[in-house]
Write a protein that binds this ligand. Structure first.
Ligand SMILES: NC(=O)c1ccc[n+]([C@@H]2O[C@H](COP(=O)([O-])OP(=O)(O)OC[C@H]3O[C@@H](n4cnc5c(N)ncnc54)[C@H](OP(=O)(O)O)[C@@H]3O)[C@@H](O)[C@H]2O)c1
Length: 335
């Protein structure tokens, strides 16, 4: 079978190479999957650069956490899946439900990666995909989709009808969050560095758009002009956190997700003044992935795919996702 790999000590996605690896067989409790589509997440660049949490890769590794495909075979003792089932991997293989479990994470160089024609996963880390999604759409869900779900609906301050939700930038997590929030009856405010992208985000249903380059104090702007956010989908991190605090409505929550922006650490005064809170998000559990897929089917949500590439074009897909024209999800599909 064909697989893309990163070498030990990889320093970037320019080191990707295609390889032929032996066909796989599922052992007891395992599921053999033939992925049909994959999607790229910001963290996949950190893995390729040797800058993910585990540091540099110590041996060649198949990358990517996100893929969706068909079950080819199941190992002894597996009763929840059968050949032909449409499935995705769970980003965290060992977090079934409840409090966070930091176990094996797909595509980090230690757990299996999805960017291959065959992958074996433990059955506990496999989730059936929403019937309404194509392969490419389903491949957007394991990381970006579940993260957006967790940010909006889990924890002590879930959003609902009438909530105001602020999403930062037009990346995968933010645009799926926009779609989920809209479907839940929330009003969405979106930021972007590009007016052209903002126009696309407004066409997706955001009520308001703010260019964060043109309006550097976009946090106060959101509070003043739109009444503040009950939830901020915070993908910037240190560099945007002050503005996100300034954007809060009373008792709003910042779902702290990303690390896209460097900058000065925030002063927490505004968080205190607004009775706000910050909740750390690390993707989510198998149970959250199941809830997300059910919600996606119920609301016929189609995740935003900005560009699609073939399996042999994986390096070009990475380059696109890294570049300025990236919008929503960049997807790879099997030819
Ligand atoms: N904690 C978790 O569980 C988790 C899960 C998934 C992702 N993440 C993190 O969340 C972040 C987003 O991930 P992603 O996969 O959605 O990324 P992505 O698709 O690569 O998003 C890229 C977009 O982010 C926007 N952006 C960049 N710098 C920004 C800034 N300073 N302020 C606002 N927006 C900015 C840009 O939008 P415009 O071009 O419109 O300006 C850019 O197009 C990453 O840091 C990723 O590592 C964390």
């Amino acid at each position: 079978m064909r697989a893309w790999q990163l070498p030990a000590g990889s320093t970037g996605f320019d080191k990707l190479y295609q390889d032929t690896l032996p066909d796989l067989t599922p052992g007891p409790g395992e599921v053999l999957i033939a992925p049909r589509a994959w999607s790229i997440n910001y963290r996949d660049f950190a893995v390729a650069a040797g800058k993910y949490f585990g540091g540099a890769l110590t041996e060649p590794a198949v990358p990517l956490s996100d893929g969706a495909g068909e079950v080819l075979a199941v190992g002894e003792g597996v009763t929840d899946f059968a050949p032909g089932d449409r499935v995705q991997g769970s980003f965290f293989l060992d977090w079934a439900d409840g409090p966070q479990v930091m176990g094996r994470a797909l595509g980090d160089g230690k757990a299996p990666g999805m960017l291959a024609e065959q992958v074996v996963l433990p059955a506990q880390g496999v989730v059936k995909v929403a019937d309404s999604l194509s392969w490419a759409e389903a491949a957007c869900m394991p990381c970006a989709g579940v993260t957006a779900w967790n940010a909006l609906f889990e924890g002590g301050r879930p959003i609902g009808k009438g909530s105001r939700v602020l999403v930062l930038g037009s990346g995968g997590v933010s645009l799926i969050a926009l779609q989920l929030a809209k479907a839940a009856g929330a009003e969405v405010i979106a930021t972007s560095s590009s007016d052209e992208k903002l126009a696309r985000v407004l066409a997706m249903g955001a009520a308001h758009g703010v260019n964060y380059k043109a309006v550097p104090d976009w946090g106060a702007h959101v509070a003043r002009e739109f009444g503040g956010a009950h939830k901020v989908v915070e993908v910037g991190g240190v560099g945007t956190l002050q503005q996100s605090m300034n954007a809060l409505a009373s008792e709003g929550e910042i779902a702290l997700i990303g690390v896209l922006a460097d900058g000065d650490p925030p002063h927490p005064r505004q968080l205190m003044m607004m009775g706000g809170s910050i909740r750390g998000i690390f993707v989510g559990s198998v149970a959250m992935a199941k809830k997300l897929n059910k919600f996606v089917d119920a609301h016929q949500i189609k995740p935003p795919i900005g560009a699609t590439f073939g399996f042999d074009e994986a390096p070009a897909a990475y380059a696109h996702a890294w570049g300025p024209d990236s919008f929503g999800k960049t997807v790879i599909v099997r030819d």
